[in-house]
Ligand binder design. Structure first.
Ligand SMILES: Cc1cc2nc3c(=O)[nH]c(=O)nc-3n(C[C@H](O)[C@H](O)[C@H](O)COP(=O)(O)O)c2cc1C
Length: 190
């Protein structure tokens, strides 16, 4: 078993996947690891949608791009970045990089800490996946589509839950180099 620090430092967001599906047992293992995350008042306010149907994933990617384009046009003011980002959304790119599994972590709207709890559960899943040679990536770009109650309901989300963390999982086709890490500002008060 690899050392936890090594797993933390070598996990990467993977955007190039093999066709091979992640097994049901491995997905269950990842969800089990998510259960061990801390949560506000131990509410465990999460629920999981596991989507492995290629057509559903493709449709959600198309809906995701459609919902994101107007926001991107408003948000991206940098003339150098804007055309690249918007053409990325308009191209045939799949927001989910053809990964075999999409797991959407849903948060119970009754819990005030659901967003943070689900983000912690997401990190547990991504680290556990990496420990088993499974790649992952959080796909925030699909969030505008997932905020649409109709889309969420169509996907089978239980009532009273919102999408928090859309995560893809699959077997990496290639190595991913680490994007630059910057030194954070740290103030010590003592
Ligand atoms: C909240 C959140 C949203 C993200 N959304 C996307 C996304 O939509 N598409 C994507 O390719 N990567 C996305 N990422 C991955 C980041 O780009 C990635 O974590 C960052 O570049 C650092 O790379 P690393 O994860 O390999 O260390 C997202 C990550 C987070 C935490």
């Amino acid at each position: 078993m690899k050392d936890v620090i090594d797993i933390i430092k070598t996990r990467r967001s993977v955007r190039d996947y093999k066709e091979d599906p992640v097994s049901d047992d491995d997905i269950k293992f990842l969800i089990d690891c998510a259960r061990y995350s801390p949560s506000g008042m131990n509410m465990q306010p999460w629920s999981f949608l596991v989507i492995q149907n290629k057509e559903m994933i493709h449709k959600l990617s198309e809906n995701g791009k459609k919902a994101m384009i107007p926001l991107a046009e408003q948000m991206v003011n940098d003339p150098n970045k804007a055309p690249g980002f918007i053409s990325f959304l308009k191209m045939g790119t799949n927001l989910f990089y053809n990964a075999s599994s999409l797991v959407i972590i849903l948060g119970n709207k009754k819990s005030v800490t659901a967003d943070w709890d689900c983000a912690m559960a997401a990190q547990n899943m991504m680290l556990a996946a990496h420990s088993r040679g499974i790649g992952s990536c959080w796909i925030g770009l699909v969030m505008p589509a997932l905020m649409d109650e109709k889309i969420l309901k169509e996907l089978g989300a239980p009532p009273g839950y919102k999408a928090v963390a859309p995560l893809i999982f699959g077997y990496p086709r290639s190595e991913t180099t680490m994007p630059k890490r910057t030194e954070p500002e740290v103030k010590w008060l003592r």
